[in-house]
Design a protein around this ligand. Structure first.
Ligand code: ADP
Length: 450
């Protein structure tokens, strides 16, 4: 049976902890071994104070043990060191204990104050070394057995028995206390590690939320801008449409007057005025898309095949797309719900923008690739060209009404803002991506027809 998500996360955490612990143990083992060499050698001072007559053999023993510990340190730095760290640690810890036990057997046996050294090592292993509970208990019991063996081997035998019992109990108490300490130490270390992992998890979550917030903020800003333009456009429609219509009518009337007919100069002026007024009329009609749209409103329209809309838009822009390689990738079924004419308008706008940008930049082997895919019940469309791309500072502005990089009189800068509003009416988002000098891509999504 597959483990549940929290159980799997728990196992993952435990594995991570074990790996971190292995590094920690290795580092501490090396540090501890260096310390042990120093303490073993400094013990010469103890020998001088307690057993001056044994100074020489004890000093030799200390040097031999230090060299052996140095050998273990070398092993700890080897490749196998990490894997065998607990055993290597146990061996360098036992070396001084064997040496102390030997010294006890060579001096007063049960009454030798050196038994304190055995005790010290047991405590130190529990407090300072990241040992496991069982390792610690084994080390404590082995240390005690070494003490008992030293007393037994002493020429004077196990005497006095009372002191032996007291010292034995002290050693066993030390082993037990050190074991308990190790147990809680290990748990605290695990909790600390888990906390660290949880903080890292939360940080990742926060980063994701932050990125989403930045996206939402961008979309909201765009929607706010569109709403403001909508209000402006509604006002404009009202205020401009009527005077424009009067003017057009007046121009028509004036053009029919005999004076005008006999005056070619005047006639030309009136034709220019008429064209200007018609242009205003077109702009106003484009602005209607903003004026009467409701953000997030239900999609009106009928089911239509997106594939057909794509065909129509390619046909309608055939003139501009001359010399451009147009490719596509479509699923079998592309039945969507919406306003087919408006979507054709969006596609025409995307194709002609791409073709224009590529022509202006002199792109070699210009190409436009349209990828269409279903995801989460919506049809996702991506139109990508290999043209000059869009500069990062322009990318955020391309959907702004009247933003254009075309020369004066060539582009109104309304195409993408109108397209944005159209896609928004279909409950989708139109967004642009680009790598300057490499490519530009526009994506949007449409609802599936029920
Ligand atoms: P217009 O085409 O009238 O300028 P649009 O709103 O359609 O208005 O486009 C706005 C601007 O976005 C363009 O002037 C151009 O700078 C940029 N743009 C749009 N599509 C592309 C594209 N495929 N490659 C490079 N720039 C583009």
């Amino acid at each position: 049976m597959a483990p549940s998500a929290p159980a799997a996360r728990g196992n993952e955490l435990y594995a991570g902890y074990q790996s971190e612990l292995a590094d920690f143990r290795l580092a501490f083992s090396r540090g501890g071994a260096y310390t042990a060499i120093v303490l073993v050698l400094l013990g010469v001072g103890l020998d001088y104070g307690q057993y001056p007559d044994k100074q020489l053999p004890f000093a030799v023993a200390r040097i031999v043990v230090s060299l052996l510990i140095a050998g273990v340190i070398v092993a700890l730095y080897s490749n196998a060191g990490r894997r065998f760290a607990p055993w290597l640690t146990m061996s360098w810890l036992l070396l001084p204990q064997i040496m102390i036990a030997w010294m006890i057997s060579q001096t007063e046996g049960v009454e030798s104050p050196y038994y304190v050294g055995l005790n010290l090592a047991i405590f130190a292993s529990g407090i300072a070394l990241p040992f496991g509970l069982w390792q610690n208990l084994v080390f404590g019991v082995l240390s005690y057995l070494l003490y008992a063996a030293a007393c037994l081997l002493h020429s004077g035998g196990v005497e006095p028995m009372g002191t032996f019992i007291v010292n034995s109990l002290f050693l066993l108490f030390a082993a037990a206390a050190s074991g308990v300490y190790t147990f809680f130490n290990e748990r605290a270390r695990f909790m600390l590690f888990r906390l660290k992992a949880e903080v890292a998890d939360k940080n990742t979550e926060l980063e994701v939320i932050n990125r989403k917030l930045v996206d939402i903020k961008g979309q909201m800003l765009q929607q706010e801008k569109m709403a403001a333009i909508g209000t402006l456009a509604a006002g404009l429609l009202h205020e401009v449409n009527n005077p424009v219509n009067f003017c057009l009518m007046a121009i028509e009337v004036a053009m029919e007057e005999p004076v005008t007919k006999n005056e070619p100069g005047l006639q030309e002026c009136l034709v220019d005025a008429k064209q200007g007024m018609q242009r205003i009329q077109h702009i106003v009609s484009d602005l209607k898309t903003f004026a009467y749209r409701k953000p997030g409103a239900e999609v009106e329209g009928t089911p239509f095949l997106f594939e057909k809309a794509l065909d129509s838009s390619v046909r309608l822009t055939a003139h501009e797309l001359r010399g451009v390689k147009v490719t596509r990738e479509l699923p079998d079924d592309t039945l969507v719900m919406g306003d087919e004419a408006a979507i054709i308008g969006v596609l025409i706008n995307l194709f002609s923008n791409a073709a224009l940008a590529m022509r202006k930049a002199g792109t070699q082997q210009p190409a436009i690739h349209t990828t269409v895919k279903w995801a989460d019940g919506r049809l996702h469309v991506n139109v990508r060209d290999n043209g000059p791309g869009i500069a990062p500072e322009h990318l955020a502005r391309v959907f702004e009404p009247f933003f254009t990089t075309r020369e004066v009189g060539q582009g109104l800068g309304l195409g993408l803002s109108i397209s944005y509003a159209v896609i928004e009416r279909h409950g989708g988002v139109l967004f642009a991506e680009s790598e300057l000098g490499q490519w530009a891509a526009f994506s949007f999504d449409l609802p599936r027809a029920e």
